[in-house]
Every structure is written in C-alpha cells, then in structure tokens.
Design a protein around this ligand. Structure first.
Ligand code: 5RP
Length: 292
C-alpha cells in the first residue's frame, strides 16, 4: 500500500474534456463490457440521451413504512410511465409491482441495519445472484460506507456482488452512503466514488456537493445523484439541473418525487431536465402548468 505521507492534492481533472474511452456506447466506462451487460445498461441509460431517471422507493429496507410509500401498490404503478428505472427491494417488486411494465430494475441487494440502530453502516449481501437473475433485474445496488465502521464489510459486499454480476452480465450500482461521520464534501465524495468505481461497480450513486463536475470527471463510470430529503419542488428541480449540467448521468430520486404533493407531475418535470435539456426554471414552469 502506498505511503500516506506527503500526498499531493489531486487537481488536474480536465473538466469539460470528453471521456477518452467512450467508444460508440452511450454509457461511460462500459465500452469494453459484454453484450448482456451493455443490454442491461441500455435499459437503465436511454440510448438516445445516455441518461436516466431512476425512481428510488427502497427506503423500507431500513426505514420501514415511509411517508409517501405507505402503499407501494398504489403509488408506484402511477409513476412507472414517467421513470426509466425502479430502484427497490425484491419484496416490493414481487408483491406490489406488476411485471407488465418496461422499466429497468435496480434491485437493492444489501441490507442489515434499521432506523433503530445508532450505526447504520453494517450490512450484508441479502440477495443471491440466482434470485436477481430470476427477477431479470438490470443492476444490483449495494450500499458502501467508506470511512465508517462498516467500511470493510461493505466493500466485501460490493466485491461479492460485482463478482457475481460479472459472471452473469448484471451491472452493479455502488451507493456511496452518507452518515454521521461522513462529510458531504467534494473531498469525501472524490474518495468514495472513485473507490467504488475502481472496485468495479458499473454505476455509482452519490450526492451533490461543491465541485461536483470534478467528481464526475474523475469517476470512470456514470454517476447518478440521490435526491435526498424532501425539498420544495423548485429546489429539487434545481438540484437535478445542477448535477445534470455538471455531467451526472441521471438522478436516482425518491422522496423528492413520492413525497411531492403531485408525484406524477414532479416525475414528469424531472424527466424534462434529465432527458430534454430543460433548465430548472423551465421545468418548474412545466410542473406548475401540469398541476393547475
Ligand atoms: C439510500 C438510498 C436510497 O435509495 C435513497 O436514499 C433514496 O432516495 P432519496 O434520498 O432521494 O429519497 O440509496 O442510500
């Protein structure tokens, strides 16, 4: 392992310079992957725009019943026409989601903590690869806790899932978690996103922060951005606009869609930003027109 003393600060990100190994495939860092993996990635990232609107409703895996998600069977189907990917647990998928839909599926495969724990950073791999295949999912999501108590086990979980996914052509989405001792700084996210990508995850999920464009530039796979806690709709659209403008390949938004007073209209407005180049203001105006 390299000596930690005397490290130079990374600074040459070449922001704005296109990724050099893009080839002719729309997903960053995926040009050298096998056909099956690319086909699944194409269910996630629209081949026309290279971007994705993922709808996260996996909160129950550690939060239990969550405001806005009390009835998955009623809430989620209404949103499916407006999102590209459903991010959820296998329990939610099998019980509440009709299989007659064309959305991609990002399956939550790690779990092990609950809101009752002080330290949420301890998880295990909770889904066998065989069940992910049976569900025909398009990627498998694993939580990582860089810098937290559960760092080692979470990177072990991530490796196990990536190894199984490589065997069967299923991409892995490495989620960079934030927690008590993990600062939401670009320094932290540069460390964590790059570790997750270099471990072999084909997609990284993280949060917005200062110098987000440098995080994108330094990460050799697509970054999708978590929505985080519920914001007023105009601010949530600004968050989406800011990260897309700085190179995010999409959003993976939960509460800012399902806790909106108008979730279906909000999903449509987010879609305008991600896929159609709307500014935050244009998208908010579109949202206002839809709800009135
Ligand atoms: C937790 C997750 C969840 O899917 C995510 O937090 C849900 O989205 P949101 O924060 O937008 O409600 O990955 O780390």
């Amino acid at each position: 392992m390299a000596d930690k003393d005397g490290l130079k600060v990374a600074k040459d990100y070449h922001v704005g310079e296109a990724f050099a190994n893009q080839g002719d495939f729309q997903v960053k860092g995926a040009n050298g992957l096998d056909w099956g993996m690319k086909h699944r990635l194409s269910k996630i990232f629209d081949p026309k725009t290279g971007k994705t609107v993922m709808f996260a409703f996996d909160h129950g895996y550690f939060m239990g019943s969550t405001a806005g998600l009390e009835r998955l069977d009623l809430t989620v189907p209404k949103l499916m026409p407006y999102v590209d990917v459903l991010m959820c647990t296998r329990g939610a998928l099998r019980t509440c989601i009709p299989a007659s839909n064309r959305c991609g599926v990002a399956l939550r495969t790690s779990s092990g903590s609950s809101m009752l724990d002080d330290d949420l950073s301890h998880e295990v791999v909770a889904v066998d690869i065989e069940d992910a295949i049976r569900l025909n999912v398009d990627c498998m999501a694993v939580q990582t806790f860089i810098g937290a108590d559960g760092q080692l086990e979470s990177l072990d979980n991530l490796s196990q899932v990536i190894n199984a996914g490589m065997q069967y052509g299923i991409p892995t989405l490495g989620v960079v978690a934030v927690g008590k001792n993990m600062e939401r700084t670009d320094k932290y996210f540069k460390l964590a996103t790059r570790i997750v990508a270099e471990m072999g995850a084909q997609i990284v999920k993280t949060y917005n922060c200062e110098h987000f464009d440098e995080i994108v530039a330094a990460c050799p796979v697509p970054i999708v951005v978590a929505g985080g806690k519920k914001l007023p709709e105009d601010e949530a659209l600004t968050l989406a606009y800011d990260v897309i403008r700085q190179g995010a390949a999409g959003v993976d938004m939960g509460r800012n869609i399902f806790q909106s007073e108008h979730p279906v209209e909000m999903a449509q407005a987010v879609r305008k930003v991600v896929h159609e180049g709307f500014t935050d203001k244009e998208a908010y105006q579109f949202y206002q027109e839809l709800i009135h």
